[in-house]
Ligand binder design. Sequence first.
Ligand code: ATP
Ligand code: MG
Length: 180
Amino acid sequence: MYLKALEIHGFKSFPDRTRLNFTGGLTAVVGPNGSGKSNISDALRWVLGEQSTKTLRGAKMEDVIFGGTQLRKAMGFAQVTLYIDNTEHTMPMDTDEVAITRKLYRSGDSEYKINDQNVRLKDIYELFMDTGLGRDGYSMIGQGKIAEIVSAKSGNRREIFEEAAGISKFRYRKTEAERK
Ligand code: ATP
Ligand code: MG
C-alpha cells in the first residue's frame, strides 16, 4: 500500500487542478517560503478526514477553499482526491487502486467518495482503520508530534500502540455498539 497520486483542485493555494504523481521510494517537496509545500500535506490530511481546523492551519473549515488573489477570484469549492495502491489489499476493497475524494463547498456542504461512490466520512475512517494511514494514524508526523508522543500520558500512548498493532478497530466497534 502506497500513495500513488494526489489531485488538488481549489484547495488553499491550488486553484487549478493539480496532480502530483508519487513514484516508489522517497518524495521530497521543495520550494521557497509560502509556495505551498505545507498546503500539500494539509491536502493529504484533509482528504483523510481531518476535522481540526487548527491542524489544517486555519480558523474555520472554509479557509481550505482557494480564497482568491489580486489576479484571480475565489473558488466556490475545494476538492482533493488521493489515489492509493491497494494491490496487496491492505484496505478491505477488491480494487487494486482506491481513490478517496473529499469536496467542500462554500455553502458548507461536503461530499466524501470512495472509488467515485458517495460515502459517509465514517466509511473513510473505517476504511483506513488499522492500516496506519488514516486521520488518527501516525503516518503523518507534524511538527511537535514526536515530543507529544514521548511525553504522552500512558493511556494516550497505549492508543498509539493499539493503532500500530491493528486492534483499534475492535475498540472503535465496541464504542460504536455501545452508543446504539
Ligand atoms: P514555508 O517554507 O514557509 O513553510 P510553504 O511552502 O509550506 O512555506 P504554505 O504554508 O504551504 O507554504 O503556503 C502558504 C501560502 O498559501 C500563503 O501564500 C497563503 O496565502 C496561501 N494560502 C493558504 N490558504 C489559502 C487559501 N484558502 N486561498 C489562497 N491562498 C491560500
Ligand atoms: Mg511550510
